[in-house]
Design a protein around this ligand. Structure first.
Ligand code: PLP
Length: 245
């Protein structure tokens, strides 16, 4: 067993070659929260801030070996998932979490990049809904992902957040970032249906942080949960973290 005293956070997701999103972004966030960050990779992406030019799946054998190596050594406080690619990768991750992870699970249901590349296929979506989300502590969809999960357009985000909790049986942080305007509203609906609203200004565009905001928000919530905060304070702290980093 490891001698690491800091809480350990594991991110399971895709590698972003330009470091703005994916596991690279998550590890930076965990480090900024003073935690030990570790990662297991589902896919390698070739990308820059404008485009993803190639996606190479990591073999199931490699992902399985990475996850076992990590769970064998570390006492993992919180797991965050990001880009899970397809049904086979989701099934492997869900089986392993079922066997070996008793702590919190934050799921960013990554489907399509802001450059319009598909990061989760239809089989992956089905497996995510049936095998991963029912055991998640929190999922963090944006408005587009919420519409896909609900199978309908979003007219009222509060109604949508409540419906997602009822249908998918996990707490939901519905992010307003893909809406219009400079004032955004993120809505947390916990698994009992209690609502908290987090209005905040849209972040100014920044060359280095040009994408990956969704990844960083979910990993900041995961980091805050790993530091012992409960759900709503973790979301508040994560939004504040993003505003200042
Ligand atoms: N690449 C990887 C590996 C990701 O995990 C993500 C998002 O989770 C993206 C790219 C897309 O990020 P964005 O939608 O901010 O462009």
């Amino acid at each position: 067993m490891n001698q690491v005293k800091r809480p350990v956070c594991l991110t399971i997701g895709g590698s972003d070659s330009c470091g703005g999103a994916g596991i690279q972004a998550d590890l930076r966030v965990f480090h900024a929260f003073g935690l030990q960050g570790i990662s297991a990779t589902t896919a390698l992406t070739a990308q820059n801030p404008n485009n993803i030019t190639r996606i190479e799946p990591v073999s199931l054998a490699q992902l399985d070996a990475e996850l076992h190596a990590l769970f064998d050594y570390y006492d993992i406080a919180v797991v965050k998932t990001g880009m899970l690619l397809d049904g086979e990768h989701v099934a492997l991750v869900s089986a392993l979490l079922q066997q070996r992870h008793k702590g919190a699970l934050v799921v960013d249901p990554v489907m399509i990049s802001s450059s319009a590349k598909q990061l989760l296929d239809a089989g992956g979506m089905d497996a995510l809904v049936h095998a991963i989300l029912p055991r998640a502590t929190l999922m963090t969809p944006n408005l587009d992902e919420a519409a896909v999960l609900l199978g309908e357009g979003i007219c009222d985000p509060v109604v949508a957040a409540k419906k997602l909790v009822e249908q998918l049986h996990c707490a939901v942080l519905l992010k307003g970032g893909h809406g219009a305007g400079d004032e955004l509203l993120d809505i947390l609906c916990d698994s009992e249906g209690n609502l908290s609203e987090f209005p905040h200004p849209r972040q100014a565009w920044d060359e280095e942080q040009s994408h990956g905001t969704g990844c960083r928000l979910a990993s900041a919530v995961a980091a805050s949960l790993a530091s012992g905060e409960s759900l709503a304070p973790s979301v508040k702290k994560a939004i504040k973290f993003l505003q200042s980093h």
